[in-house]
Ligand binder design. Structure first.
Ligand SMILES: Nc1ncnc2c1ncn2[C@@H]1O[C@H](COP(=O)(O)OP(=O)(O)O)[C@@H](O)[C@H]1O
Ligand SMILES: Nc1nc2c(ncn2[C@H]2C[C@H](O)[C@@H](COP(=O)(O)O)O2)c(=O)[nH]1
Length: 214
């Protein structure tokens, strides 16, 4: 299983589609447009941060179990980033210490079950999409989900900045699997075929080195 990571708008869903088509495998997408809690969270983060986190955790676990049955299936966000989101929201006062404790223990408990529920415990490769703040905002605007737009809520730019800054340390500390970084500012794998091929070649190289691509 290949897992993608990166901030909101980094290009994870787009790369999941491109990569799974290239490898002839299946992509598994985060629950966004059909997620009933996400718009509520953006309207009232303090009330819904914990519920949203439990919602994502449950859906993510479900996807991991399905994705892990075949080499090189692609997940468009890692379960390891959920904790980054939740701890940041908790630090912003949107979750209580008790909620954080319950979440952390539930996550740890579920992760322990993974070797039984799925074929492997960890991904074969993490592909991290690294983007700047300007790119993040541009892509969020380009995609146009109303509740994510900075003009809907003046606190969102600061939320996005903080999120992005936490990703640097998060990637450096990530050690559950081999990992690689792609420059998401410079490589337009959505519109530019040359960039797309370059990114796919970089990922193929890593997969060959791990023996999951012949
Ligand atoms: N590398 C890229 N270059 C240019 N546009 C991109 C790139 N990656 C994604 N986009 C565009 O940015 C928006 C957000 O991409 P998306 O794949 O939904 O990001 P994520 O899943 O990480 O939130 C979409 O409109 C998409 O077409
Ligand atoms: N509070 C949280 N929000 C999350 C989490 N995972 C995703 N999200 C939000 C961020 C975006 O608005 C949306 C989809 O994310 P993309 O990066 O795929 O665009 O969902 C989370 O764990 N906690």
């Amino acid at each position: 299983m290949i897992v993608l990571s990166g901030a909101i708008g980094a290009g994870k869903s787009s790369l999941a589609t491109v990569l799974s088509e290239h490898l002839g495998t299946e992509a598994f997408y985060e629950q966004v447009d059909n997620n009933p809690v996400l718009p509520l969270f953006y309207k009232d983060p303090k009330k819904y941060a914990f519920l949203l986190q439990i919602y994502f955790l449950n859906k993510r676990f479900e996807s991991i179990k399905k994705a892990m049955v075949q080499d090189n299936n692609v997940l468009d966000r890692s379960i390891y980033e959920d904790s980054l989101f939740f701890h940041m929201n908790a630090d912003m006062g949107r979750a209580t210490p008790q909620e954080v404790k319950v979440y952390d223990e539930l996550l740890a408990n579920m992760m322990q079950e993974l070797p039984y529920a799925a074929a492997k415990k960890a991904p074969d490769l993490l592909v991290h999409l690294d983007i700047s703040y300007d790119t993040m905002i541009h892509r969020i605007e380009k995609r146009g989900r109303s509740y994510e737009q900075p003009e809907q809520d003046p606190t969102l730019p600061e939320y996005y900045k903080q999120l992005l800054s936490r990703y640097d340390g998060w990637y450096d500390d990530y050690d559950y699997s081999p990992k690689m970084k792609i420059d998401g500012d410079k490589n337009d794998f959505v519109e530019n075929p040359e960039d797309r091929q370059k990114v796919l070649d970089l990922i193929d190289e890593q997969l060959r080195a791990r023996g999951t691509l012949k």
